[in-house]
Design a protein around this ligand. Sequence first.
Ligand code: NAD
Ligand code: UDP
Length: 319
Amino acid sequence: MKKTLITGAAGFLGSHLCDRFIAEGHHVIGMDNLITGDLKNIEHLFHLERFEFFHHDVTKFVHVPGRMDYILHFASPASPIDYLKIPIETLKVGSLGTLNLLGLARDHKARILVASTSEVYGDPLVHPQNEDYYGNVSPIGPRGVYDEAKRFMESITMAYHRHHGLDTRIVRIFNTYGSRMRLNDGRVVPAFIGQALRGEDLTVFGDGSQTRSFTYIDDQVEGIYRLLLSDYVEPINIGNPDETTILEFAEEIIKLTGTDQKIVFKPLPKDDPLQRQPDITRAKEILGWEPTVHRSEGLKRVYEYFKSLSHDELYQAHR
Ligand code: NAD
Ligand code: UDP
């Protein structure tokens, strides 16, 4: 039986990865300090003998006894309001946390996959973004704490691969949505659906002409799983190329939820990327992966999920 450590296990992506690796027959160790995650995302796994949970901050020395085959490093605040609120923790988890997990992988002779992001391309001057583009990131801008931490993560991962021969993988994840996102984490999918459900106006930042390309969680997990099992070491984009402007997206959510709320415009946050669309040629060729869930279907599923939440969860203030 394969033994797999997943950091950030109590978060959105990490908890879905725990489910997938349990379903694939692995023994899964989830690790999380719960800074943006929630145990309720994984409590359905607690009764399983093949699941263990370590409440631990990965920026502190990480020790896991016994054998280990795979490590998936997903711990990190991921939504702009989270990482702007806890910038130092964000820089530390991408740098010190990654260093600790690379060391752990080396000790255990394990394969490690690290969660990078489309944010390494910053506000891109190349469109769509392919993996050879170096990006356009301000190191000193407010988003730099996240973007540069992830760029450092990629650099140190490649250095461990080249210098120590460590078996590494790097996934560049584009905006992903699905169940278990926090309604109040500020990301646009839970933000708009939450506003619609509470009967509030939808807040579009800027004039809404900026674009994003949204990937449904099941497609993302499938791409990550295939990458882990491949022998490809360079970064790979995993994302759905179906691009939309944020204004069109707000209109789509209004239609989906049947709300009669209005759209209101708020200032565009500094350094908010104006366009984003993955070039997934590499993922198609190397992993045989492409998205299968259309946005209209994925949004229906996530809307059903958010509708099922309690009144308290719907109105919970941002932590
Ligand atoms: P999330 O906030 O739901 O999950 C992150 C988890 O990491 C949380 O449970 C949090 O408590 C944990 N964590 C943070 N710092 C930690 C630390 N020092 N030690 C231990 N645990 C820690 O976010 P998510 O959307 O699930 O993102 C997961 C990963 O995927 C992140 O690395 C993020 O950068 C990456 N990513 C996500 C997206 C996306 O669209 N969801 C896009 C690009 C990259
Ligand atoms: N956005 C918005 N209204 C909101 C939240 C976000 O218009 O209430 C915009 C945001 O400015 C960005 C896009 O939606 O242009 C995606 O934001 P998100 O935080 O989900 O992801 P990221 O900016 O990290 O891609």
